[in-house]
Design a protein around this ligand. Structure first.
Ligand SMILES: N[C@@H](CCC(=O)N[C@@H](CS)C(=O)NCC(=O)O)C(=O)O
Length: 203
């Protein structure tokens, strides 16, 4: 199997953090987004959507979408259960992971992609007004998350889960997007310090 990866991009990082939490190591091949290597014919043959990460299995099956890749590894190695145990626990984790993707990761990515000069070649056309429109959405969701974290250790409950991985990656992605977590979001800051201190965060 081979994981197409990119050290600086947030979605491949979600998979790397997930694998580190599981203690799984996978051969990787770097894809240089800066050099537009993901647009090459060779990589397009792997993933016609021209996005990373992509996981190629030994039988030739290609999995794209970070969460689909994570789910594959969860199936191979269920412990620790980062998608939760079947039933309510898994449903709550799924809900929070999706909320984080749609209401935090997505607006942060839109701010970055539509306002950062480095994204000019990848986001065509850049629409600055759309980037700006997403700034308040980030803060609205962070506020909701901060309130929830007053009552829970982690995003989806008292156990670390894939929702924390999506959250960590999204909050760290705020830095290149030139967004900051407000000083008074103390619960969010406590959670971020805790998940950042896990060895997996360095993956
Ligand atoms: N939904 C996909 C998103 C993958 C994605 O957008 N990857 C970014 C890097 S974080 C990418 O390949 N961008 C290339 C581009 O924008 O041209 C996932 O969850 O893996």
């Amino acid at each position: 199997m081979k994981l197409y990866d990119c050290a600086r991009a947030p979605n491949p990082r979600r998979v790397r953090v997930f694998l580190a939490e599981k203690g799984i190591s996978v051969p990787t091949e770097p894809v240089d987004l800066g050099a537009l290597a993901h647009k090459s014919p060779a990589y397009t043959a792997v993933n016609p959507l021209q996005r990373v990460p992509a996981l190629v299995l030994d039988d030739g099956t290609v999995l794209t979408e970070s969460i689909a890749i994570c789910r594959y590894f969860e199936g191979l190695q269920p412990d620790p259960p980062l998608f939760g145990r079947a039933g309510l626990e898994a449903a709550v984790i799924e809900m929070w992971n999706r909320r984080v993707e749609l209401h935090l990761y997505f607006p942060v990515s839109q701010v970055f992609r539509h306002l950062h000069p480095a994204m000019k070649e990848l986001e065509v056309p850049q629409v600055a007004a759309w980037g700006e429109a997403n700034r308040p959405r980030v803060l609205e969701f962070l506020s909701l998350l901060n309130d929830g974290l007053a009552h829970r250790t982690f995003i989806a409950g008292d156990a670390y889960s894939v929702a924390d991985i999506s959250g960590l990656v999204a909050v760290d992605f705020m830095k290149p997007a030139k967004l900051t977590v407000p000083e008074d979001f103390a619960h969010l800051r406590r959670w971020h310090a805790a998940v950042s201190a896990r060895p997996s965060a360095a993956a």
